[in-house]
Design a binder for this molecule. Structure first.
Ligand SMILES: [Zn+2]
Length: 135
């Protein structure tokens, strides 16, 4: 049975998972050199939760989320739940990682700086990092 045939017999959820993990970019993180100076060393649970959904493996015990939704063993509800703290921490970790990489390249980086938008000096632009060469 080839990949296309497996897809045809899969549920929509499995089909989405297999298409996502089979894209070329989805494995790029596996090629990152683990380095504590870059902050990209993964703890055991972080690795388990990162790999589990890619493999279709269970990552948690079934439970009721604080938003009242039922969470199954695959835990995909956390990807869209408004109470999910993981989304915010991933966002923050990615921003900090990019900032460290820019500083390593001798650039000055400010993560989500205030006053970038002329009409709104209080709002921090989501995901925006200012880069200015130190020279
Ligand atoms: Zn929820």
């Amino acid at each position: 049975m080839n990949f296309k045939e497996i897809l045809q017999e899969s549920s929509l959820t499995e089909k989405a998972r297999m298409l996502a993990v089979s894209s070329e970019e989805s494995v790029a993180w596996l090629n990152a050199l683990p380095a504590s100076s870059l902050g990209n060393l993964l703890e055991d649970d972080t690795l388990r939760i990162s790999v589990g959904p890619r493999m279709g493996a269970p990552v948690c015990a079934p439970h009721i989320c604080r938003c009242s939704a039922t969470v199954d063993v695959y835990g995909s509800h956390a990807l869209s739940c408004r109470y999910s703290a993981g989304r915010h921490s991933r966002h923050s970790v990615l921003n900090k990682s990019l900032s460290r990489a820019l500083v390593t390249c001798q650039s000055h980086a400010i993560i989500e700086p205030n006053a970038v938008l002329r009409d709104d000096i209080r709002t921090r632009p989501d995901g925006m990092t200012l880069v200015r060469s130190k020279e």
